[in-house]
Write a protein that binds this ligand. Structure first.
Ligand SMILES: Nc1ncnc2c1ncn2[C@@H]1O[C@H](COP(=O)(O)OP(=O)(O)O)[C@@H](O)[C@H]1O
Ligand SMILES: [Mg+2]
Length: 295
């Protein structure tokens, strides 16, 4: 009798602990940057994570910095609505309002380097399904000498502002890489997901990004080897991954049904039985939630 009660007590205790942890995470929120080589699956996985976390009750803000700007479609926003979105860097009036300079008007101008952009989500955030809203930043302009152009000054300010937002999950899909935003990013983003496939080139890019993220002080770095077609791919990738660089390592299977539904990842999330890819993304989501509470 007593034993049974004790066991029940323990189960209730454990259940309460999970509930408390979830509540704490929901109150605080957390931020994750997703990066990797073009075509590695960043947008697909960002969208799946965003909607899974949204369905779990988090308020999610998905931020798109990938020049392809296909995150809204992947998140299941209606095509007509997605087509209408103007990325922040192309919103010349907003760039000028905030930085004091209009894109394309030369770099010799005095730029306001740290403008107040606390209105950015209210003005330009777009609401999608599953409790996910999105902010489309547009392209980072890459320049050998570090570009002091108005667009980049605005994006840097947006990243710094995003670091201050509490109580929601922020997922940022970026092709520019963590290094572009430097310490500003590392101040708020404590986790990075680095996407790759099992090819030599993509893995080299991934390891390089991981080292940079590490140097910047992002403490938790998850590696995803995506589009795996079998044990051979797993072994090939596994033999190349340096030890100690990644907090967790995930292998996501190639999933043909993504192509049936694309660009929207929603229908895949709803499939029964659960698709093997969705199951694996769920594993990554669990790890991200777990490390969001580590100090
Ligand atoms: N695990 C997977 N299985 C099959 N196709 C995938 C998988 N992950 C991504 N894809 C497909 O690969 C293409 C590139 O993915 P995407 O997420 O757009 O990459 P990125 O954002 O890194 O450029 C898309 O057509 C997407 O549907
Ligand atoms: Mg993309």
């Amino acid at each position: 009798m007593l034993e049974g009660e004790e066991r029940r007590g323990k189960i209730f205790g454990a259940a309460n602990e999970i509930k408390n942890k979830t509540r704490k995470r929901q109150e605080k929120g957390f931020r994750v940057v997703v990066t990797g080589k073009g075509g590695a699956g960043k947008t697909t996985v960002t969208a799946m994570l965003a909607r899974m976390l949204g369905r779990k009750g988090y308020g999610v803000l998905a931020v798109d910095e990938d020049p392809q700007m296909n995150l809204p479609y992947a998140l299941g926003l209606e095509e007509a609505q997605s087509d209408k979105i103007v990325p922040l860097t192309k919103n010349l009036d907003y760039v000028e309002e905030k930085t004091g300079a209009r894109p394309g008007e030369g770099w010799g101008l005095m730029l306001r380097i740290n403008p107040n952009v606390s209105d950015v989500v209210n003005r330009f955030g777009v609401q999608g399904p599953d409790n996910v809203s999105m902010l489309i930043m547009g392209t980072v302009i890459q320049a050998a000498t570090g570009c002091l152009c108005p667009e980049n000054a605005l994006l840097d300010a947006v990243v710094k502002y995003i670091n201050l937002r509490e109580g929601e999950v922020i997922l940022m899909d970026t092709q520019a890489g963590v290094e572009h935003f430097g310490r500003a990013l590392a101040q708020g983003f404590r986790q990075a997901v680095i996407m790759t496939d099992a090819t030599f080139n993509a893995m080299q890019v991934a390891f390089h990004s991981a080292k940079l993220a590490n140097q910047l002080g992002i403490p938790y770095i998850h590696l995803v080897v995506n589009r795996v077609r079998g044990e051979k791919d797993v072994q090939k990738a596994n033999s190349k991954i340096p030890s100690g660089l990644f907090t967790t390592i995930h292998y996501f299977p190639f999933d043909e049904s993504l192509l049936d539904f694309e660009p929207d990842v929603g229908p895949l999330l709803d499939m029964t039985p659960t698709s093997p890819l969705v199951e694996k993304v769920g594993g990554l989501r669990d790890d991200i939630e777990k490390y969001s509470l580590s100090s």
